[in-house]
Structures are given as structure tokens and as C-alpha cells.
Design a protein around this ligand. Structure first.
Ligand code: COS
Length: 383
């Protein structure tokens, strides 16, 4: 499905160099300050990183899924916070509009998202609704040419930076099901929209989440995604199918980086008179990690190609997210183990990655939700 290998290789080489020369040297600073330096954000814009998956007619690079996961393999070889900043514009913060938006909505928002002029954010989760996303309680009641939104969204990635939010809310508050949920584009600064304080997280410093609170927030009716009530949950699920594949690719890249660090350390660290890489118990950890990363990489590429070929990859995306994120957790654990005492010390990236990658098994659907999606689809297909 690669449309133009030469252009793609230029992009991949450019991203890889940017990661090595600009992002890796700034990882510790980002972790310390909880902020990505403005000059790095500007360089990310210049590289086109905010518009990877947005169609060309709206200023994006319109990468195929295969091309996008290949970029994700590269960008993930550094602190996940960098990827997180561009992640919502390419993923959950823009794809609702890309997949189901009206032409007018696309023209209004996508060019600025693609250019990185604005940040998009995705507001599904609530204090009482996480894995059971269809039980969300935020309401959107029609009032003339507006909807009035009330409710709280929780753990919303990039909310402190966002200019627009894709918000899932219940347009028929009497109905409990998924078919009463609609998706809205809500602009930051709309009266009645406020943000909670920034969450203190286990890791991923430099990537921010907080509550997004709606109190009688009036949103133009023209901002219902696709102009259709009642299909917002399906929009969210379609967005997550793609997002899960992207996160799986990020897990592969992060694991490759952690294994690379662990291998280097093992080759330099001398104990019992030789580098620890020469000991078979260390080799087992290196080899298991290598094999599992290869398996995850192959799965992600296969699922991405299937999606590009027009197949429904809901099952495959969940398989990839489940396997790759769990694999990434195991590699993180082995990386710390290979580093020994040094792996527990913040000076080494292994310690930071160990905390950073823990999130991959939780967000965009926990491992348990991926298992549920996979098994349900299997049963449905067999019935
Ligand atoms: N693509 C398109 N439509 C989908 C879909 C998909 N991948 N998955 C579900 N739907 C549709 C279903 O077909 C159904 O529509 P119909 O009634 O017309 O058939 C509707 O959406 C409701 O689906 P379902 O009945 O499966 O919903 P459930 O409440 O049982 O559960 C899960 C759905 C658990 C899979 C969903 O809530 C989920 O993904 N939860 C995790 C949420 C998540 O990832 N949160 C992370 C926060 S965002 S970073």
C-alpha cells in the first residue's frame, strides 16, 4: 500500500533523525519541567507531524495506515510525551471529523489541526464512565439552534492545550443506550466550558491531562459531527479502532528503544569479569524481547495493510493493542532488570520508560476491553 516509497523513506529518515538529534537529548528536560520546549513544538509543526493522517485537501500528509504506523515506530523511540502532543491531532482529536464530519466541519477545523496551529482533544471518559463508555452521562439538550451541554469529562489528553474538543454527550437523556449519544465539536473558550487542574500522573511528564467541565455550555447545532444525532458512539468506536492500531505501533517503537538501551548497557556493564551480555540469563531476556517485538511489529503492519485494503479491522486492531501494549510492559520490566540497580535510578531512561509505558495497557481501551472486543467479534462471526 506504500504509495511512494521514496517520499516515505525521506519522511521516515527525517523523523528518525529528528528523534535522535532533537528529541532524545531533550527527554530528561521534558521529564523535569513537565513541558515540551516551544522550539521543539515548532520543529514538529515544520516536519508536518501534526497532520500525518489528515487528508491532503485539508493540508495533511494523508498517510495510509501502513505509512502512519511506520512513522509511529520511529517517533515512539523517545519519550511518549512528544508523540502524545501530535497524537491527538493525528488520532482521536481529529479522526471523528475526518471519518464522520460534514464538509463544512472538515474545512473549518482540519487545516488548522494539520498545521498544528490548534490542538484537538477527545472527550469520552467521565468520572463514572471509563471502560463502559456507552454509560456516559454528559447531556446535550437541544435549545433552538444550540445544544446545552452539562457534565464532566475525565483524564482528557491534551485538554490543557486544546482549542477544540470532540465531545460525546447524550442527546436523549431519557435513553440509556449507545444510540442516544451524539458527537460534538466544542471550541475551547466557549462560555460554560472550563478545565480542572492538571492531573499528576505516574509518568509521561510533558503530556497533560485534566477534567473538562461543561456547565450550561451552549454549542451551535451545526457542530454535531456529521450533522446527525445518535451516531456519536459509533463515531467514537471507529476513531478508537484506528487509534488502537496507532498505539500498538507506538508500543513497538518504545519497546525497540528500551531494548536498544538494555542491549547497550548489557554490552558495557562488566560483572564476573565479562560484559553481562555474555551471560545466558541476560541473553534470554534480550532474545525474548526481540522475538516479541518482532511479533508485534509484524501484527501491526499486517493489520494496517488490511485497513488500507478496506477491511474492517476492529478485531485486528484490538489484537494489536492487546499484544503490543502487554509486550511493551514486559520489555520495560526486562529492561529495568537488565540494568539492575541502575534501572531503578532516574538517571537512566529505563526507569522513566518503565513508568511511561504503563499507560499503554490502559488508555484507548484497557487490555481487558481489547480481550472483550476480540472475543465478542469472534462469537458474532461464528454465530
Ligand atoms: N465500529 C463501529 N461501530 C461500532 C464499533 C466499531 N468498532 N463497536 C461498536 N459499534 C457499534 C455497535 O455496532 C452498536 O451499534 P448497533 O446497536 O447499531 O449494532 C453500538 O456501537 C454499541 O456497541 P456495543 O453494544 O458493542 O457497546 P457496549 O456498550 O456493549 O461496549 C465497548 C462497547 C466495551 C467495546 C466500548 O464501550 C469500549 O470500547 N470501551 C472502552 C472505551 C475506551 O476505549 N476508552 C478509552 C478512552 S478514550 S482514550
Amino acid at each position: 500500500m506504500i504509495r511512494d516509497p521514496e517520499t516515505l523513506n525521506l519522511l521516515l529518515d527525517g523523523v528518525s533523525r529528528f528523534v535522535r538529534e532533537r528529541l532524545v537529548p531533550n527527554e530528561a528536560l521534558v521529564a523535569e519541567t513537565d513541558e515540551i520546549p516551544a522550539d521543539i513544538v515548532a520543529e514538529m509543526r515544520e516536519l508536518g507531524l501534526f497532520g500525518l493522517s489528515i487528508p491532503e485537501q485539508y493540508g495533511g500528509l494523508n498517510l495510509t495506515m501502513e505509512e502512519e504506523v511506520r512513522v509511529a515506530f520511529e517517533i515512539a523511540k523517545t519519550s511518549p510525551a512528544f508523540r502524545s502532543l501530535i497524537g491527538t491531532n493525528n488520532g482521536i482529536g481529529s479522526q471523528g471529523i475526518v471519518i464522520d464530519g460534514t464538509e463544512e466541519q472538515k474545512q473549518r477545523y482540519l487545516p488548522r489541526l494539520a498545521a498544528g496551529e490548534i490542538i484537538g482533544s477527545f472527550a469520552l471518559t467521565e468520572p463514572g464512565s471509563g471502560s463502559d463508555a456507552a454509560s456516559l452521562k454528559t447531556t446535550a439538550v437541544r435549545d433552538g439552534d444550540f445544544y446545552v451541554l452539562n457534565g464532566t469529562k475525565r483524564f482528557i489528553t491534551n485538554a490543557p492545550e486544546a482549542s477544540i474538543f470532540t465531545v460525546m454527550a447524550r442527546t436523549d437523556p431519557q435513553k440509556k443506550g449507545a444510540d442516544a449519544i451524539s458527537a460534538f465539536i466544542v471550541e475551547a473558550g466557549t462560555p460554560g466550558l472550563s478545565l480542572g487542574k492538571i492531573d499528576k500522573k505516574m509518568g509521561q511528564k510533558g503530556a497533560h491531562t485534566c477534567d473538562v467541565i461543561f456547565e450550561n455550555c451552549r454549542v451551535p447545532a451545526a457542530n454535531v459531527i456529521g450533522g446527525l444525532e445518535g451516531v456519536g458512539f459509533k463515531t467514537a468506536m471507529k476513531v478508537l479502532d484506528k487509534g488502537r492500531l496507532h498505539i500498538a505501533a507506538v508500543c513497538v517503537g518504545a519497546a525497540e528503544r528500551m531494548l536498544d538501551d538494555a542491549l547497550r548497557y548489557a554490552m558495557e556493564r562488566v560483572q564476573f569479569g565479562k560484559p553481562i551480555a555474555e551471560f545466558q540469563l541476560i541473553q534470554a531476556m534480550l532474545a525474548d524481547s526481540k522475538a516479541e517485538i518482532y511479533a508485534a511489529r509484524s501484527m501491526v503492519l499486517d493489520a494496517a495493510r488490511r485497513r488500507d485494503a478496506g477491511e474492517d479491522v476492529s478485531t485486528e486492531a484490538s489484537c494489536c493493542k492487546l499484544f503490543a501494549s502487554e509486550m511493551c510492559g514486559r520489555v520495560a520490566d526486562r529492561s529495568v532488570q537488565i540494568h539492575g540497580g541502575a534501572g531503578y535510578i532516574a538517571e537512566y531512561a529505563a526507569e522513566r520508560f518503565y513508568r511511561d509505558v504503563r499507560l499503554f495497557r490502559i488508555y484507548e481501551g484497557t487490555s481487558q476491553i481489547q480481550q472483550l472486543v476480540i472475543a465478542r467479534n469472534m462469537i458474532r462471526a461464528a454465530a
